[in-house]
Design a protein around this ligand. Sequence first.
Ligand SMILES: [Zn+2]
Length: 99
Amino acid sequence: MSPQGPEGRGALVDGRGCLTPAGFATLSRAPVGRAPADLAGHLASCSRCQERMLAGGTSAARPPASSTPRTPRLWLGVALAFAALLLAVAALILAGRMR
Ligand SMILES: [Zn+2]
């Protein structure tokens, strides 16, 4: 009646010992302090699995603001470059008129 037996343990980690989606699901479903010790221990020491857990969306606690500021920043950079180009062209035109 246990949620995972020794047979199911193989599906929770891949060949390199990193957590699979099933492993993440098992960890996120387990009550605090009752998570499989080897899975929790690996997650604590493996930055790749931590990043995958943050980015994978296995839990609903995803930071929604992480990708939002990037697009306005890119457009701001493009707009600034365009404005600088316009200023340079305007300066060239003005310099041409002066003579
Ligand atoms: Zn890992």
